[in-house]
Write a protein that binds this ligand. Sequence first.
Ligand SMILES: [Mg+2]
Length: 389
Amino acid sequence: MKARPTITSIELVQFEHELKDMGREPTIGIPIYEPGSNLKTLVHAIRIHTDAGLTGDYVGGPAPEYAGVATFASSLIGRNALHREEMYNDIKQASRQQARMGLGVVDMALWDIAGKFHEAPVYELLGGSPRKLPCYASTYIGDHDPGGLSSPEAYADFAEECLEMGYPAFKIHGWQDAPISRQIEVVHAVGKRVGGKMDLMLDPFCAIRTFGEALKLGWACDEQKFFWYEDPYKDGGVSAHAHRKLRQLIKTPLLQLEHVRGLEAHVDFIEAEATDFVRGDPIYDGGITGIMKIAHAAEGFGLDIELHVAGPAQRHLMASMRNTNYYEMGLLHPKAGPFSPPIYKDGYRDAIDAIDENGCVDVPEGLGLGAEIDWDFIYGKRVSGTEIK
Ligand SMILES: [Mg+2]
C-alpha cells in the first residue's frame, strides 16, 4: 500500500476579479447589470498541502466560509487527508456555533486530494457515471437598464433566446424592488412565450415582502405550470411552518432549503412537509460528503435534490446521484459577461454558451475535481492570503 498523504498546511488565498458592466443592487448589495461600471469582487480559494506532494484545491464561495476555515484549520494539520468522514464530523462539531462555516470548502479540497491520490475523477470515487447534465439558464436579478432584464418582455425575449440556444429550462430571478403586480407580469410573459417548450422556475431570492404576496405570485406560477417556485419571501426561506402552509395553498412544487444548512436540518424540513424539491449546495451543506448524505436522505423520502449554482463539484455530484434534474448555469444575462473568473486552463467553463446543442454540459474527466486551475492567473491577482501550518 502506498503511503497515505498527511496534511502539512492549509493555504487560503484571496484574489481580485472584476465583473464588467455590473454594479451592486443598493438594498442587499448583490451584483446587478449596470452598463459602464465594473464591479470589483474578491474571490476566495483554498489549497490543502500534503507531504505526498498532492494538493487539494477549491476556488469559490463567500468570505465567511474562509474565515470559518481559519478557526479550525490547525486541528487538521498532521491528519491523514483521506479520512474525510472523520474530519467532516470533527469540523462540524468544532464550527457548530459558526453555522459550520468552512466545512464545505475543506471537504471539497479533501475530495480533490482523494481523486489525485487514487488517480480518478471524484465522480468515479462516488460510483457515478459521466453522463450529460441538462442545464437551466439561471438569470441575474432584474435590473433597470432598457437593454437589460428591465421588463416582463425582456425576460420573455431572453427565455426565448436561451431556448433557441438549446436550454431545456429557464429560471427567473426577478427584481429586488418591483411591485408584486410587476413580478406577476414576468411569470405570465415568460410562461406565455416559452411555456410548454421548456421547464420554468421562479426564484424571488426572498425579495417578496409578505406571505400574501408570495401566495399571489405562486398562483401565477400555477397558471403558467411552473416546474418549481423557490425561496419566495422575506422569512429568508427558513420557516418550515410557512412553507408547509404555502404548499397547501398553491399547486406549483416548492424548492426550499438553500438557506437551511446541513443534513439534519434538511431532513427536519422535509419531514415537516415544507418542500417538494430539496436544495443542496456543497459550500453551505458540508461539501461533497455533506451533499451525498442529503441526496441519499432525499432519495429515501422519494424526493429529488437540485444543486445550487455551477462548478466542477456540482458536476461530479450530479453524475453520482439518480434523484436530480438540472444543473444551474448562471448567472446569465442578455448583455453581461460570465459571472465566474477565468481560472481554468483546460477549457472548463460555466457560461451562457458553455452548453452543447441539447443544453447539456459534461463532467470533468481530470483527476480529483478535474478542472485544471490556473494558479499563475490566481497568484497574479492575489491581494491577500494566509497559510496555517
Ligand atoms: Mg436560489
